[in-house]
Design a protein around this ligand. Structure first.
Ligand SMILES: NC(=O)C1=CN([C@@H]2O[C@H](COP(=O)(O)OP(=O)(O)OC[C@H]3O[C@@H](n4cnc5c(N)ncnc54)[C@H](OP(=O)(O)O)[C@@H]3O)[C@@H](O)[C@H]2O)C=CC1
Ligand SMILES: CC(C)(CO)C(=O)C(=O)O
Length: 311
């Protein structure tokens, strides 16, 4: 059994799910909560999952990072809209030579983390997970769950497969979470954006689920065009996304259960949208390389309007 301790910063749909699985497998896990703190401290966490439901009647729950022990691995699972809190949250909770594991969607979060903490390994994880928090301490895992891990280095230079990645992968695998390792985190992040940019954006702008976007020939074509533009964005960072990958993402979504994307759920719940991490950062990176991603800019501008008006 691994001796590594884990801190989960943001016990929601994703952090609550993976953190609960790690604790169930016997790891020492510490959960930071906000509105659910009192409930979870008293009653624990319930995970309803396609892989089998389970309850953790006792969890280490905290409402303040200052009360948490320093941990070997700190999982960042807040929405990126809360990342302005990371400079206060991360330093007290991560051990010297520990790991910060960023499991959020979007681009360039690892760069932000690197400005906040020294002497730590930063690993990014691309999560193919469909999970929602449906009530206090109650997570509903609907589909998938695989994480692709990649280690961060300055300028996103590819790091290959490192022993630290392997150790974390072992902990997650032992907890029943499927893990893939990537030698190039930046390529992994752009590949994840091939899905998130068209579906998260269009689901909000057009008030549509993934199956609706794929069933209509006009939106199906638009999704594909946006995917190709994401691939053009990746190219500005020197990363090549194969055409076959775009086809795979389209096929994967057709086969997916009709899904309300995470951004659509946030919009419907009147929560802030992760527009900057998922759309703004890729746009700015491409722009800095002299390329204007016009379709993505058009989605960005509409999402900013909706986020400011309704969020
Ligand atoms: N859900 C999914 O299936 C997937 C999510 N992702 C990504 O994972 C990240 C997390 O998303 P998700 O889990 O869905 O979001 P959630 O909103 O469900 O979870 C975030 C949690 O962070 C908590 N939180 C926010 N601010 C604080 C604070 N100051 N102190 C303590 N806790 C805080 C929230 O508490 P409160 O309950 O009070 O709001 C919430 O429970 C996002 O980047 C998302 O894009 C990626 C792939 C799939
Ligand atoms: C790809 C998917 C559906 C699950 O990982 C997702 O990232 C999202 O809804 O934001």
């Amino acid at each position: 059994m691994s001796e590594r301790s884990y801190a989960i910063l943001g016990t929601g749909a994703l952090g609550g799910f993976y953190g609960a699985k790690l604790q169930k497998a016997g790891l020492n896990v510490h959960f930071l909560l906000r509105s659910d703190y009192e409930y979870v401290k008293k009653s624990g966490l319930l995970v309803e999952s396609i892989d089998g439901d389970f309850t953790l009647t006792q969890v280490n729950a905290y409402d303040d990072v200052a009360k948490m022990p320093q941990c070997d691995v700190v999982v960042v699972s807040l929405k990126t809209t809360q990342n302005h809190l990371l400079p206060q949250m991360l330093p007290p909770v991560v051990k010297e030579n520990g790991v910060v594991l960023v499991l959020q969607n979007g681009l360039a979060v690892e760069e932000e983390v690197a400005k906040i903490v020294d002497n730590v390994t930063i690993i990014g994880g691309l999560c193919f997970l469909c999970s929602n928090k449906v009530a206090a301490g109650h997570i509903s895992h609907l589909d998938y769950g695989q994480i692709t891990l990649g280690e961060y280095a300055a300028n996103y230079n590819p790091m290959g497969i490192t022993p630290r990645m392997q150790q974390i992968a072992d902990d997650f695998t032992n907890a029943g979470i499927a893990i893939e390792l990537t030698e190039d985190l930046l390529l992994g992040r752009w590949k994840k954006l091939v899905w998130n940019i068209p579906y998260n954006g269009l689901s909000v702008i057009l008030n549509a689920r993934t199956d609706e976007l794929m069933a209509n020939m006009h939106t199906r074509e638009l999704v594909e065009q946006v995917m190709y533009e994401v691939s053009a964005g990746a190219k500005t960072a020197g990363r090549v996304i194969a055409e076959s990958f775009i086809q795979t993402m389209l096929d994967y979504t057709v086969k997916m259960k009709p899904y309300r994307t995470s951004m659509k759920i946030d919009y419907d719940e009147r929560r802030p949208l992760e527009v900057e991490a998922i759309f703004g950062n890729p746009l700015r990176k491409a722009e800095a390389a002299g390329v204007d991603l016009r379709l993505i800019r058009c989605l960005y501008q509409q999402l900013k309007f909706l986020d400011m008006r309704d969020g």
